[in-house]
Write a protein that binds this ligand. Structure first.
Ligand code: HSE
Length: 436
């Protein structure tokens, strides 16, 4: 059988990794596939300087449209990132009847509906395993491995940079900005690292997971997103005292009222396996009605782990290249026309327990006053910690752990507490999940 010709867009961290893995493991891949995969055309900036590919065998260009318009290329691998050029290239590739493999979570989360519609009309496949959790085959696991289940919920550490920063801050007391710079140097961070620390990258990935879990349309704009930049060392330590670790989680859950879709720092019991996932590693918990809880762990960022997912998608695409459409796995796992219109819940309608930290004047009656507010709003307190004031200070930290409460009610109670003269500044809130 003739080799399948692949066009590669982008030869940066992930593109370089994909080329390296495809070349290094060519024989092993051919043993699995029964045919060879050949990188035939590559586009990237400064491509003439590259050393991975043999320029005598591969066409090199700085114009990515040359690759998507090359009649010999059967599979276009988009590893440029971003929304604009990447979208134009992917749409052009589809228009030209080429299959697409992409690691671009931003593209899929925001333009997925249009891209999948065009791909379906042309009878080509768009594969995106590398878009979520780097090297962990979580798309395949949820979409195919758990296909028998009704998925109840998914919760995951799905941004390696954020997890790396939280881990280094906790274990080594390192400064936020310094760790972020290291994550950038290691090739983990997004081109715009605020995507990592403000949760946007995780929200892109969670949006995709929610769609394949529940068979709903991709709705990135409805994902509640909160980053890690306000987490303090005090919070990390108080959480530990209460038996919890703080992790930046993406959580999507099916409830009777609708689908929860939220990314935020979260207290989770220290004893959970996922609480011990550190550094750049990712982990995803998926709970199905038949299987119960399942956990997937691996490197969520980096050249070769991400390349592992990209190359697996190329292999899968080659396997199904001539298959009739009814034999292919639908791109979101559910048949066209079968997506449900269950609403995504606004965060105000979500129920969670909460960790609250506030700075209070150290004088009698303040704790009672604060407790009364929560009692008035029917919010039960699970634990209360009052810290000693620092020497020479008349302020203390009050830390409260509440039972599960509707976000809207908690907002009202927090606003009342923040109105007290004895409470300084705002109340820090971190949601709590048991993940049992
Ligand atoms: N910036 C992302 C992360 C890369 O840190 O997880 C992988 O998507």
């Amino acid at each position: 059988m003739s080799a399948v010709k692949v066009g590669l867009l982008g030869l940066g961290t992930v593109g370089g990794g994909a080329a390296t893995v495809l070349l290094r493991n060519a024989q092993e891949i051919q043993r699995k596939l029964g045919r060879a995969i050949e990188i035939s055309h590559v586009a990237g900036l400064g491509i003439a300087d590259q050393t991975i590919l043999d320029a005598s065998k591969v066409r090199l260009t700085e114009d990515a449209f040359e690759v998507v318009n090359d009649p010999d290329v059967q599979i276009v691998v988009e590893l440029i990132g971003g929304y604009t050029l990447a979208k134009d290239l992917v749409m052009q590739a589809i228009e030209n009847g080429k299959h697409v493999v992409t690691a671009n979570k931003a593209l899929i989360a925001t333009h997925g509906p249009e891209i999948f519609k065009a791909a379906t009309a042309k009878g080509v496949n768009v594969a995106y395993e590398a878009a979520v959790a780097g090297g962990i085959p979580i798309i395949k696991a949820v979409r195919e491995g758990l296909a028998a289940n009704r998925i109840d919920w998914i919760a995951g550490i799905i941004n390696g940079t954020g997890n790396f920063i939280l881990t280094e801050m906790r274990d080594k007391g390192r400064d936020f900005d310094e760790v972020l710079k290291e994550a950038q140097a290691l090739g983990y961070a997004e081109a715009d690292p605020t995507f990592d620390v403000e949760g946007i990258d995780a929200a892109h990935k969670l949006t995709i997971l929610a769609s394949i879990a529940f068979g709903i349309e991709l709705q990135f704009d409805k994902c509640y997103t909160e980053g890690i930049s306000k987490i303090t060392t005090d919070d990390v330590n108080y959480a530990l005292e209460l038996g919890y670790a703080i992790k930046h989680l993406g959580i999507t859950r099916k409830t009777d009222a609708g689908i929860e879709l939220r990314v935020h720092p979260t207290l989770i019991p220290k004893k959970r396996l996922i609480a011990n996932v550190d550094g750049v590693m990712n982990a995803v918990l998926a709970h199905g009605d038949a299987v119960g809880p399942t956990l997937y762990y691996g490197a969520g960022a980096g050249a070769e782990p991400t390349a592992s997912a990209v190359v697996a998608d190329i292999i899968d695409t080659v396997r199904s290249i001539d298959a009739p459409v009814e034999q292919k796995v639908p791109m979101l796992g559910f048949q066209d026309g079968s997506l449900s219109n269950e609403p995504v819940l606004p965060i105000e309608d979500v129920h969670t327990a909460c960790y609250l930290r506030m700075t209070a004047l150290d004088k009698p009656g303040v704790l009672a006053e604060v407790s009364d507010v929560f009692a008035k709003h029917n919010i039960s307190l699970e634990a209360v910690i009052q810290k000693e004031p620092a020497p020479g200070s008349d302020k203390v930290h009050l830390v409260l752990l509440t039972q599960v409460v509707k976000e809207r009610d908690m907002n009202t109670a927090i606003a009342e507490v923040e109105g007290f003269a004895e409470i300084e500044g705002s109340v820090a809130r971190i949601r709590v999940e048991q993940l049992g």
